[in-house]
Write a protein that binds this ligand. Structure first.
Ligand code: PLP
Length: 230
């Protein structure tokens, strides 16, 4: 993508974050704009970095590993946000700073065991299948407290919060309802685990609703880099 266009999109997104935060009486600095760079070439990430972005989200493991390798000269923070197969946990544990999509104990245990000793703990969000969610990924809300307790005990993981991908809808009331449900699950868990500080929710089509319901990480792809082909 053209560097000028990208700079324009990023400035625009940061302004939207600022306005929505203000509307909800929140501090815009508490909201991270995570650049979802899946399917995008290395050069787009370099351009986004020039615009001041450091944190990038990827969903496809092999593609992500190639980019992480190619971009080692930059000081980037990598977030894995895609589905996790249990035979792929080792490269995730070794190459990423964050994982947003942990939804079962077996995956969490493997990530903890495989996190290299020289690195800080892997920062983890649990993906929750809130009622509106179409996909099968994500822990059911009924099983969330138990999974959270278990993950919180793992020595090489730091449990930070929750993530969800609600069904896409243009209806902002429906968007708010889904995000409010995730926020309530989050606040419930915070009673047991007061260190939780992260709500990863909101994408290009629903970021304002997510901010209004307390999102601390927005995962933004197409509104930044343009439409995806895949
Ligand atoms: C692709 C993806 C996004 C970004 O979606 P956009 O609608 O392009 O902003 C966010 N979160 C996850 C988990 C994704 O896979």
């Amino acid at each position: 993508m053209n560097e000028q266009q990208l700079a324009h999109n990023i400035a625009n997104l940061l302004e939207r974050v600022r306005l929505s935060a203000e509307k909800s009486q929140r501090c815009a600095d508490d909201i991270l704009l995570l650049a979802v760079s899946k399917t995008r070439p290395e050069q787009d990430i370099r351009s986004a970095h020039k615009c001041g972005l450091r944190e990038f989200g990827e969903s496809y493991l092999q593609e992500a590993l190639d980019k992480i390798e190619a971009l080692q000269d930059l000081d980037l923070v990598w977030h894995f946000i895609g589905p996790i197969q249990s035979n792929k946990t080792r490269p995730i544990a070794s190459n990423f700073h964050w994982v947003h999509s942990v939804d079962r104990a077996k995956i969490a245990r493997r990530l903890s065991e495989q996190r290299p000793p020289g690195l800080p703990p892997l920062q983890v969000c649990l993906q929750v299948n809130i009622s509106a969610e179409q996909s099968k990924s994500g822990v059911a809300p009924e099983q969330l407290p138990q999974l959270a307790q278990e993950v919180a005990q793992l020595p090489r993981l730091q449990l930070r919060g929750l993530m969800a991908i609600p069904a896409a809808t243009q209806d902002s009331l429906q968007q708010r309802r889904a995000f409010a449900q995730l926020r309530r699950e989050f606040e419930q868990l915070q009673l047991q685990l007061p260190g939780l500080d992260t709500l990863s929710m909101g994408m290009s089509g629903d970021m304002e609703s997510a901010i209004a319901e307390g999102a601390t990480i927005l995962r933004i792809g197409s509104a930044m880099f343009g439409p995806r082909n895949r």
